[in-house]
Ligand binder design. Structure first.
Ligand SMILES: NC(=O)c1ccc[n+]([C@@H]2O[C@H](COP(=O)([O-])OP(=O)(O)OC[C@H]3O[C@@H](n4cnc5c(N)ncnc54)[C@H](O)[C@@H]3O)[C@@H](O)[C@H]2O)c1
Length: 245
């Protein structure tokens, strides 16, 4: 098992890519702490525990600094460490530049960018203490390429890549790696609103002519969170069927 005895926090682990990451990490031996606002995170944790894994669910927003700090303090008190942080929680509020409201801009910045900052700042002291850490954050190929109607989202995803590079130079000497993953179009609730005709056009634009399933992205997280990636830091791993090249 590739994550045996590791303690892993997965934000946004109640569904979609975060759920796939939580289940895969648990199968690989990690104790998974799911942090999400959706109550279905409880069912995901129970499913993992029922199949022989170890998981906990906590209803906490990544934007709530005090609650995040309190949870990490509790986790550290219980398990004596936090090895892995997966900053996966994210939202969209799509609108073209001229129509985007300040509220839509702020909401996406708050979760996708500030939430990643809050969680990483809160976990860093525990990782430093143990001279070990794996931080992997959800970017998007939109952060590399831009996308129609996603000024706010694209800005946050480019920011996540830049933060991973910054933490690489700040935290590397403490045995901590920081990387980002840039998924392409992945079949989750986040994209379910997209009309069928757009969906066909999206597929036609992907060299592999198919979209990702959450597990395709989860395998990337597993690699970057594992000991096999001990010499990998500051990268953005693109998993998008060849779209960004
Ligand atoms: N689906 C895609 O095509 C795609 C592509 C590129 C990047 N991504 C990124 O991958 C990540 C996961 O995406 P997904 O498609 O699984 O989305 P999703 O909407 O299915 O899941 C996101 C999860 O994050 C949780 N969340 C949202 N705000 C939160 C908060 N403030 N605190 C805690 N949890 C919160 C949600 O409740 C949800 O469970 C996101 O960061 C997303 O931007 C997704």
């Amino acid at each position: 098992m590739r994550l045996e005895n590791k303690i892993a926090v997965v934000t946004g682990g109640a569904r979609g890519i975060g759920q796939a990451v939580s289940e895969l990490f648990a199968q690989e031996g990690a104790t998974v702490i799911i942090m999400d606002l959706l109550p279905q995170g409880q069912a995901v944790a129970e499913g993992i525990n029922a199949s022989g894994g170890k998981a906990e669910y906590h209803s906490i927003s990544v934007t709530d600094k005090a609650a995040v700090e309190n949870l990490f303090n509790q986790i550290n008190a219980k398990y004596s460490r936090i090895d892995i942080l997966i900053n996966n929680a994210g939202i969209t509020r799509d609108r073209t530049l001229e129509k985007m409201s300040e509220e839509e801009w702020d909401a996406v910045i708050e979760v996708n960018l500030k939430g990643v900052f809050i969680c990483t700042q809160a976990v860093a002291p525990y990782m430093k203490e143990n001279k070990y850490g794996r931080i992997v954050s959800a970017a998007s190929n939109v952060g590399l390429r831009g996308n129609f109607g996603q000024t706010n989202y694209a800005a946050t995803k480019a920011g996540v890549i830049a933060m991973a590079k910054t933490w690489t130079v700040e935290l590397g000497k403490h045995g901590i790696t920081a990387n980002a993953i840039a998924p392409g179009f992945t079949m989750t609730d986040m994209v379910k609103e997209i009309p069928e005709e757009h969906f066909e056009a999206i597929k036609a634009g992907i060299p592999l002519r198919t979209v990702a399933q959450p597990i395709d992205i989860a395998y990337g997280y597993l690699y970057l969170a594992s000991d096999e990636a001990r010499f990998v830091s500051g990268i953005c791993l693109t998993i998008d069927g060849g779209t960004s090249r």
